[in-house]
Design a protein around this ligand. Structure first.
Ligand SMILES: Cc1ncc(COP(=O)(O)O)c(C=O)c1O
Length: 427
């Protein structure tokens, strides 16, 4: 066996030398100047950078209103409340996403109803949504997962037919487009996240966006202590309703504003890198590569592959001797040893998470057995596509971002290729 084909887990040289991948996000003079100016500005709570960040993000995305928050989860919870979801109301959610795409529903004592995903897009299977609608359904949360837009035409048509609100979880999907329009402009409202993984990073943070003034006002009330006035207006410090403290602070907003000036460039770079990796992986055995349906612009927040375990089993029975997720992990360990930061994005589908299996939301059965609630079945077998995807996927997140270029993406692809062309060395 030549040294170039001996896998690193078998003592060969790693394909990608340490130090090849640069960390995300790049920080330059613009960031330093804006954050320092905020620090020296003396207004550290909801300051001038917060209002400016709202205006600039709304303009960038094409929304009338934006409210800056301390997380994407906060923005999702604001959406649930703004859309009028309350005790016992049902909200439709994809069975595979980040936990808070669904726990934001519980936060308002509403009940998530899961719908399986579509294998090709990894997004909610829009063809299954209608069957999940009951007289209790109030809203649909769609998640533009990994940066690929959901088929919004069908979702909006169904929502109109049944009088439902639509909340877009665009936490991963900055700049993704459906039929030429940015996500976050289709539903009644949307949430974005700016944590460090995201294509726009302010450390932590998020944005609630809407075009509807009534929704903006309701969201703002929940955002700031149940008050009816924004912090920049004269306040009466009166809680008119349940409220949280979801506001952003000036330093974080300054960082977010600085990064926003570079966002279009970052998105172009991560797209170029993802396409370079995609090209490098063409023809690599035992991989199922992502696919972008017509009319969609992926932002390539996350490049997700699936291992074709069926094809591997046809070659060797050993691949069938362990659980699919264990077989995936074995491949992953070999790829990581080559210096490729491939990772698992989620190890559990949403209904399998303890909060739903144990139904330990607000305690004492709430919201499911509170007087307004009802039981829903979270049996994992009801979501076979999400489970199959979850068990066999692997992904590349920040390594495909600036300042890394397509040369890095191609090197990472070569590391994956080396392992997949030499799988016989794995056992
Ligand atoms: C799809 C999705 N929804 C919601 C969130 C929550 O965002 P945050 O971490 O800013 O609360 C995230 C990210 O963590 C996410 O990826």
């Amino acid at each position: 066996m030549g040294s170039s084909t001996r896998l690193a887990i078998r003592g060969g040289d790693p394909m990608v030398p340490a130090g090849t991948v640069q960390p995300w996000p790049p920080v330059d003079e613009i960031d330093r100047e804006m954050v320092l100016a905020s620090l020296q500005g003396g207004k550290h709570t909801f300051g001038p950078n917060c209002t400016a960040f709202q205006d600039e993000f709304a303009a960038w995305n094409g929304n009338r209103y934006a409210i800056t928050t301390n997380s994407g989860t906060a923005a999702l919870h604001m959406g649930v409340f703004a859309c009028g979801c309350g005790a016992g109301d049902e909200v439709i959610v994809p069975a595979y996403s980040w936990s808070s795409s669904a726990t934001c529903v519980l936060q308002h004592n509403s009940i998530p109803v899961f719908v399986d995903i579509d294998y090709d897009t990894m997004n909610i299977d829009v063809g299954r949504i209608e069957a999940a609608i009951t007289h209790k359904t109030k809203a649909i949360i769609v998640v533009h997962l990994h940066g690929l837009p959901v088929e919004m035409g069908s979702v909006l048509q169904m929502a109109r037919k049944h009088g439902l609100k639509v909340i877009e979880d665009a936490c991963q999907a900055h700049g993704a487009e459906y039929r030429g329009r940015k996500v976050g402009t289709f539903g009644d409202c949307a949430a974005f996240s700016f944590n460090q993984n995201k294509s726009l990073c302010s450390g932590e943070g998020g944005m609630f966006v809407t075009d509807d003034d009534e929704l903006r006002q309701r969201a703002q009330m929940l955002w700031s202590f149940g008050e009816t006035r924004a912090p920049v207006e004269a306040r009466d410090y009166h809680a008119y309703a349940m409220g949280w403290m979801y506001r952003n602070n000036d330093l974080t907003a300054a960082f977010g504003r600085a990064q926003l000036t570079k966002l279009d460039g970052y998105l172009a770079q991560q797209t170029e890198n993802a396409l370079a990796l995609h090209k490098e992986l063409q023809g690599v055995p035992y991989l199922i590569l992502p696919r972008v349906p017509e009319g969609m612009k992926h932002n390539w927040y996350n490049y997700v592959i699936r291992f074709d375990l069926r094809a591997l089993r046809a070659v060797s029975e050993r691949w069938a001797s362990v659980q699919p997720s264990a077989a995936r992990d074995r491949l992953l360990d070999a790829i990581v040893a080559e210096g490729v930061p491939l990772t698992v994005w989620q190890r559990f589908i949403l209904p399998a998470m303890t909060v739903f299996q144990a139904k330990n939301g607000y305690g004492q059965g709430c919201p499911w057995t509170c007087p307004y609630g009802q039981q829903v079945d979270y049996a994992v077998e009801r979501y076979p596509v999400a489970q199959a995807h979850c068990d066999t996927h692997a992904c590349m997140v920040m390594a495909l971002r600036a300042p890394n270029g397509p040369d890095v993406a191609r090197a990472l692809g070569r590391g994956i290729r080396k392992v997949m062309e030499n799988v016989s060395q794995i056992w």
